[in-house]
Design a protein. Structure first.
Lengths: 342, 342, 342, 342
């Protein structure tokens, strides 16, 4: 059993980490922190855990966190980069679910996130926690930057094409749709039931923080520089991301199914669905799966559908997958339950 | 490992049985039947199980079913009562999730269900599968009648009061609200998204089949004859039942919390919440829990809130709980995951 | 054309007033106030009015409001009672959609609303704006207290029974369910999409501010003192209230349909539906209707279903109905569009 | 007053026609047909119209329909093309909301709709009822083919670009998302609440019937042949279409806002929103508006957002707009109410 800590336990990602930890089998939830709710039971904020978890929120006290084997940061951007050095120095491993360590370019990070980076030295060390790309590096890492939700779904859908060099790399399009849980749990007018339900719209068409993260990964797997038009939309639902990807083929490909199948062979959480199928978000609900289907709609045009649960493969589930790799547990430990569906 | 069969695998209850069986640990899903879809993969109907279950639907063939240790009937009313005798004769245990064996009075059953009963002799043998009432009898049963969803939530909320004889037993009221999954998965105009979403109404105010089932159980635990006004409503959501119960106290009660706590002591799936709390359906989502809170709003008036997931404690989860008892597994085997919440 | 002002234009009730005013035909929206958004276009907060209303929010300046013929207060409790005296003195009529003038008992109001009343003298003058009870008084009123949403649906369903004296008046039950718009538009965790959707629960079982308002009206029409158990619940939807009323008959009634029909004859917004029907909230969506159906489920037990749109008949629509009466317009002016359904 | 008939009154489009006709002012609903429900009140199927419309469904009898000034066909494909000749011969005007007269190429129509066309001669006469393109021709038409919902939103968003010849015409992309009402009201498993809510997926990626209709219109306004990749998705909501359009600029454009504004000047239902805005479907709910916003995300890439209510501008509202033109009423008659929002 490993002792884990969760910094930031009042958000949706924190709750999903708790949910997954409770059935993991090798994790003991040693502490869950919340500045605002320290001293009150976790079940005051999350009554659904009543009967499953008997723990009070604590202050994010480094001394207590240092008693953990691994600490997950499910915090707003800017928190983990400040707290990480001390914890690492005390021998604690860290998986940061915020954006603090995702971008290798400090200037780019500071531009997109609007603050000065507190630990630029650690950025170089941090491993980008997309196991389907960096499994080996994650295994030995002290500090993992857990990918964003949109970048996970988008890059998993495009990596096989860019690695093979068969699509135009600078006119990629990702039309992305996310459930509202991606916006986190904060009191905001924009995410009230009355604003979200029976409604749909795009947002941030002119620039979203996940854009540089996506391009960083695409460039890492492409021989040529890439660019992508990334348009996120808000779905009237809670969990789930569906990215519809558009790419233009440069050359005939004998068998796209085979290309994708081979790329993700041995990666248990990426599932290439039948040709011409339409995976729905329900089919990944609460799981760490990424379901992908590939459509060639005419001689040059590819449409790739990539579907994840943003709270699981897009956040807490991928974090557990990374933790499994870091501890040497089976990669799927605690992540094998089928979707809660219907 | 026990081999289980599921007769009627294309409904929501069948799917929930599959979902629970996949993580149970002691169940092997040996066959899932569907007359209409025999020969096609289960994942054609339930794509969310793709990657989790590799099985084709079969005809409900008695020979094949006889190879199972236990068969769950997740079928329309009228099927199990016809198929049960042969399977029992071949030594197969049965849990019937339909209504065929729930009512001990054959005339009442035939009145409410509008058909002739095919196996009246088995009705007497069948054990009503509410473990919080009949745990011992279930343990030795060959044939279990799994309770209805509304009756489960309603009777669990009232049993302590009626056993104690402290409320007027003939003016009980159950104002019940259910998610639409309770109506099953059939092509019907009434349950289209466009009819259910952003809408709410009562139905069957003048008589619902769960009324006689509720009264049968209430009478079984009450020294005096009982009656209840039962009004069901359709919620614009998928899973969950919330029953608001109204009862009039006959006498002062020192401690209602203690009364309820003592009644369900040792019953792992009934959880008495804090006094004056308001359990929500999300807090039981996908679990076998019944969460109950008790409110005394004035000298005579009690309000009891009783909440379950209609597909789990109200159907498939309770069936697994019953199967655990019948096989001698721990009562909670395969039913310990926390709710999928938020 | 009458010049109307709306104080508090950033809430759902304010928006509904704007929507209704835009098609009223005799109303000119002269000003819409918002302290927080003064100076910005109304369409910044309500983009759906872009192309329909070209107006900036203003401060709630008494001078400007005094140029209106009538001012609607769609404000939090405590605002109208402070602003009313000056406006009335300047000859402006007022309809207060908050609770400031609803309760005739000042001590009761101060108990339930937790503040000192600023204009107790006006409370006596204010007319409770339920036209089906007080049409004549409203016609001549300067100051109308627009009823609460739950009280509107609840009392309209019970008035015929209590006026006729045919039910036990002290064991009434109102099991009420409301869409989330009843909670208003404020940044609160409890009303995020992620908390409301696919979820259901009761709240305030041990005391809700609409309880004294309901009893005040019931007492006004009953020869004997009344009491009611009032249990509100939150529905996973936006608009609509459904109250399920339980009353015990004292005597045989020849024809309940006739009793209700006669009571509301000449009241265009109350519609008695067919016996044993189940009106749904969709059938009143966006309208000023109250649809009622009456069920006698056994010798003594009545179940009455009463359905309104909480933003319309439960707030802004009823306010327009009251304004029509005050100005001598036809009572249904601007309120004749059918529901937005499906 | 004009007498109108609605053939096919049990679908969502038929109901929307009734709703709009009830407040139109110049329309009398003379008959509403339904083969299955002839003889029963319209309010049996649509209880929300109880109190607003007192009419029984009739058989689609040509004699009775011939007494109308105009007949709307809100029927499955294949019905209008059979019935049209007789009605036209009797002097009745027709607006067909199905697809029977939309495609000018008979072979293409027969390919996509899988049946033989019954009235090829009338196809040539029929005017494609997109008033923003064909207003003059509609004014004099006997037979109008009302456009599909996706084609309306898609082509209105692209017409200014193609008329100006400033984008590559063969690599257009329309990523379209529709509420479930677009699928009509029929008893189908795929559109049950339990399948649609909290779920999202693409469909028909490899070919949708609206594709040839879109290309036909785009070709009509473009100097060069066009092509488009059209990917529809199903939203977990009832009303609304949001199309996200991607086009590649060939040349610098001084002012896209001006280009769009000029194109739709004088067209009351197309509203060009502020640059870089994100119109939501709620802002057109129940209205005949198309709201468009234009984004240039880099030197070559345009993103255009086009939003309609699929039942109104995408079907019944556009039909009323066409009827207004045919009868010489103001184009906006009966279509001026603001959206039902929030």
């Amino acid at each position: 059993m490993k002792r884990i800590g969760i910094v930031g336990g009042t958000g949706y990602t924190g709750a999903e980490l708790i949910r997954l930890a409770l059935t993991h089998g090798e994790f003991e939830v040693a502490c869950v922190t919340s500045r605002g709710d320290a001293g009150t039971p976790v079940t005051k904020v999350w009554p659904s855990f009543a009967g499953f978890l008997d723990l009070d929120f604590t202050e994010p006290d480094p001394g207590r966190l240092a008693e953990c084997d691994l600490v997950f940061f499910a915090t707003p951007n800017g928190t983990a980069m400040t707290a990480a050095p001390e914890l690492l120095a005390r021998g604690v491993r860290i998986i940061d679910l915020s954006a603090d360590f995702r971008l290798k370019s400090i200037p780019s990070w500071e531009h997109w996130y609007g603050m000065k980076h507190a630990s630029p030295a650690l950025v170089a060390e941090a491993v980008y926690g997309l196991p389907e790309l960096n499994r080996e590096a994650i295994t030995g890492a002290r500090l993992v930057a857990n990918p964003g939700c949109y970048p996970t779904a988008t890059t998993l859908g495009l990596i096989p094409l860019l690695e093979a060099g068969i699509v135009e790399p600078r006119t990629l399009i990702a039309d992305a749709k996310s459930g509202v849980s991606g916006a986190g749990r904060k009191a905001s007018l924009a995410h009230l039931y009355g604003e979200v339900a029976e409604n749909f719209h795009a947002y941030a068409v002119d620039g979203h923080r996940h854009y540089p993260e996506i391009v960083q990964t695409l460039n890492a797997v492409s021989a040529e520089a890439t660019d992508i038009t990334f348009v996120p939309h808000l779905l009237p639902m809670f969990r789930g991301i569906h990215v519809t990807l558009y790419a233009r083929l440069r050359e005939r490909v004998a068998d796209l199914q085979a290309l994708y199948g081979a790329r993700y062979d041995g990666h248990p959480f990426v599932r290439i669905e039948e040709a011409n199928s339409h995976p729905d978000t329900r089919a990944v609900y609460g799981t760490n799966l990424c379901r992908i289907s590939v459509h060639q709609v005419n001689e040059n045009q590819l449409v790739v559908l990539s579907v994840i649960d943003n709270l699981t493969k897009g956040a807490a589930g991928q974090a557990v997958q990374n933790a499994n790799l870091m501890f040497g547990f089976p990669e799927t430990q605690g992540l094998t339950a089928p979707p809660m569906a219907p």
